[in-house]
Design a protein around this ligand. Structure first.
Ligand code: PAF
Length: 278
């Protein structure tokens, strides 16, 4: 495995590759990322993983400074997983000049996570497009835990005619159901015990909808109230079309229940995709 930090070296190394599968990450890797690597290995001869904590996607009061940077441990995991290249550029390599051009996304980017993180998805889309141009992959793999991110990246690829196949990896969970996330490490012991409740609450949402309750607004409000009473600061609980991400309506059959909520300072997100056809 080679660790490369410049675009020039990356291009030279990738020049002769028949097919490249790419996993963009911000590091602090866990089993969820390694699952994406496994998928990448099935889709390309050369697997590239980028590790770059992208300042453009963090808000002013977010955790950019404290975001865990664990390059050495990450590289050990990636080497064991059979990755060919780690691309770990410095900030100046990705943003040699102030980034005054950015991607404008459809309005759905301002809903759900975008509502409380203004500009977040534009920052994600901008860096992903730049990374795509640097790595020039045939296939790129993203996790379904970041459902809205995955949706917007698929739109980016479609609307900008990028010749890249997007592959989605299922969410990996701890034994108690908590979705794996680099931010889980911020949780105190007590918060860690409480955290799996977010998935359990989403399961109840899914159950209610599948049992025929069509008052989605009431289900969302009740779930929000339930979590709030238990000390969560709920950002949103939302039942959406899995195909458009618009608020679910009667004819929609493929749905997704999404949640974002904080325990103390730690913001957790999760989602469950489900269908109304049984
Ligand atoms: O999902 C992430 O880790 C990041 O948003 C990504 C896609 C690597 C862009 O910085």
């Amino acid at each position: 495995m080679q660790v490369i930090s410049t675009v020039a070296e990356l291009r030279q190394r990738l020049d002769q590759q028949a097919s490249v599968a790419f996993v963009p990450t911000m590091g602090n890797l866990h089993a969820g990322h390694l699952h994406l690597v496994e998928l990448a290995k099935q889709h390309g001869q050369c697997v590239v993983v980028s590790i770059f904590v992208n300042p453009l996607q963090f808000g002013a009061n977010e955790d950019l400074a404290s975001y865990p940077r664990t390059l050495q441990a990450d590289c050990e995991k990636l080497e064991a997983a059979g990755v060919d290249i780690v691309f770990a550029p410095a900030e100046k390599e990705v943003y040699p000049a102030p980034q005054t051009i950015s991607i404008t996304l459809p309005p759905i980017a301002d809903e759900l996570c975008g509502a409380s993180r203004p500009g977040h998805f534009s920052g994600v889309a901008t860096v992903v497009l730049k990374l795509f141009n640097m790595v020039r992959p045939d296939v790129a793999v993203f996790g379904k835990k970041d459902f809205q991110q995955l949706f917007l990246i698929r739109e980016l690829v479609k609307q900008l005619n990028l010749p890249i196949e997007i592959v989605a990896g299922d969410t990996r969970r701890e034994e108690d159901g908590l979705a794996m996330s680099s931010r889980n490490g911020y949780l105190s012991d007590a918060q860690r015990l409480e955290a799996p409740r977010l998935q359990r609450a989403l399961k109840l949402v899914v159950e209610a909808v599948q049992k025929g309750n069509q008052d989605y607004t009431a289900i969302e409000a009740q779930t929000t109230q339930f979590l709030t009473q238990l000390g969560w600061i709920v950002d949103y609980i939302s039942i959406r079309s899995a195909e458009t991400l618009h608020p679910a309506e009667k004819p929609d059959r493929k749905l997704v229940a999404l949640a974002a909520a904080r325990l103390g300072k730690t913001r957790l997100i999760d989602n469950i995709e489900f269908s109304l056809d049984s």
